[in-house]
Design a binder for this molecule. Structure first.
Ligand code: ZN
Ligand code: MN
Length: 139
């Protein structure tokens, strides 16, 4: 009983550290990156534990899992729907602060007859870093 309780507390602590690492970055990290960061604080944690807790955080709506074509999943500590840009050169993922398109779910539902609960929108291209010579979007 006491053993079980201690295990529960430890799990909660692990999940808190993982979530705070995730919320402390805007780079949309992979599980591997999160693992390296969390290990600074919890040296004995395993990659499997990281994966398990990330799954729990995603299922409970505290984090988003993003999968881009051909890449390993990335995680986002901002669970509200928002859009992303993925650089096809360096693989970095950035937030795009476009307002979420209202009514898109309804329109898709009407059109298809499926119960649409959410949508995801991803932009692809070359990021400002990789496109250094072009001077980015600030002109
Ligand atoms: Zn790039
Ligand atoms: Mn994001």
């Amino acid at each position: 009983m006491a053993e079980k309780k201690r295990g529960f507390v430890r799990n909660t602590k692990q999940r808190e550290v993982i979530l705070s690492v995730l919320r402390g970055t805007d780079t949309h990290p992979t599980a591997d990156w999160i693992y390296q960061e969390v290990r600074r604080e919890l040296p004995n944690i395993s990659l499997g534990t990281i994966y398990r807790n990330l799954r729990i955080l995603v299922e409970s709506g505290d984090a988003l899992e993003l999968s881009f074509s051909g890449e390993s999943s990335r995680f986002d500590g901002n669970p509200k729907n928002h859009y992303h840009f993925a650089c096809t050169k360096c693989g970095n993922v950035y937030d795009i602060d476009l307002p979420v398109v209202d009514g898109l779910n309804d329109a898709a539902e009407k059109l298809s007859g499926h119960k649409v609960k959410s949508h995801r929108l991803e932009f692809y291209g070359i990021c400002q870093e990789c496109d250094g010579s072009a001077g980015g979007g600030f002109q």
